[in-house]
Design a protein around this ligand. Structure first.
Ligand code: FDM
Ligand code: MG
Length: 225
């Protein structure tokens, strides 16, 4: 690997309980061990996980209270907070990629659009309105959508603790994700069958990621530019 090669920006998306967190951790480990050879400089990490929302920032704490139903916020306001939470981390994303570190993010702008736009039957949150604040964020090189039927996901442990963890919400979210995938296109959006066992899901992800890891000489693009 050339010292000039940038890191790659990978996003794992999916419904709640689709196995994202498990697969993010596995993928980071796998990239880490695949790149820990003579070319990597000492202990410099070659891959790091990120998670959206990042609940540790001031904005993230407001989001956390909202998700745990400790606060209520207007649907437009919470949408913009989720987006602001990405914009506040965008400089870090750019710096990591420039330094050659690959990022594996647990959710990103696509969750932002899907979870807000699913509310549109009742409100004014159109797909286009929800997409607008995400335009211009660093674009993932690859998004892996972990596809699981909402009725399967809800049988998994811990389901239903937070806002949005309801079958009818998840069903609408999945439909918006489908539309986003069509817009992004097959070269950057890959659907993974997340109903399979974890090892198989991990292998399917790895097979799609390997070619992208080699493709580090094109510049980072911006969402919908
Ligand atoms: N969520 C997540 C949104 O509504 N908008 C966003 O921009 C993001 C990143 O927050 F229900 C929703 C999706 C999920 C909840 O996600 C928190 P985690 O992965 O369970 O922390
Ligand atoms: Mg959750």
């Amino acid at each position: 690997m050339s010292s000039l090669a940038r890191g790659v920006f990978i996003v794992i998306e999916g419904l709640d309980r689709s196995g994202k967190s498990t697969q993010v951790a596995r993928l980071v480990d796998r990239i880490q061990s695949a790149t820990t050879d003579a070319s990597s400089s000492g202990s410099t990490p070659r891959a790091v996980p990120l998670k959206f929302p990042d609940r540790t920032t001031a904005i993230g704490k407001m989001i956390d209270a909202y998700l745990r139903s400790e606060s209520d916020l207007d649907d437009h306001a919470i949408h913009l907070l989720f987006s602001a939470n990405r914009w506040e981390l965008a400089p870090k994303i750019e710096a990591l990629l420039a330094s050659g570190t690959t990022i594996v993010a647990d959710r990103y702008a696509f969750s932002g659009i899907a979870f807000s736009a699913q509310k549109s039957p009742h409100l004014n949150l159109t797909f286009e309105w929800c997409k607008a604040p995400e335009i211009g964020l660093p674009a993932p090189d690859l998004t892996l959508f972990l596809d699981v039927k909402p009725e399967i996901a809800m049988q998994r442990g811990g389901y239903g603790e937070e806002r949005y963890e309801k079958q009818e919400v998840q069903t609408r979210v999945r439909q918006v994700f489908e539309r986003i995938g069509e817009e992004i296109g097959a070269d950057r959006w890959v659907v993974i069958d997340a109903g399979q066992d974890r090892d198989k899901v991990g292998d399917d992800i790895w097979n799609r990621v390997v070619p992208v890891l080699r493709d580090t000489h094109k510049p980072v693009t911006r969402l919908w530019h």
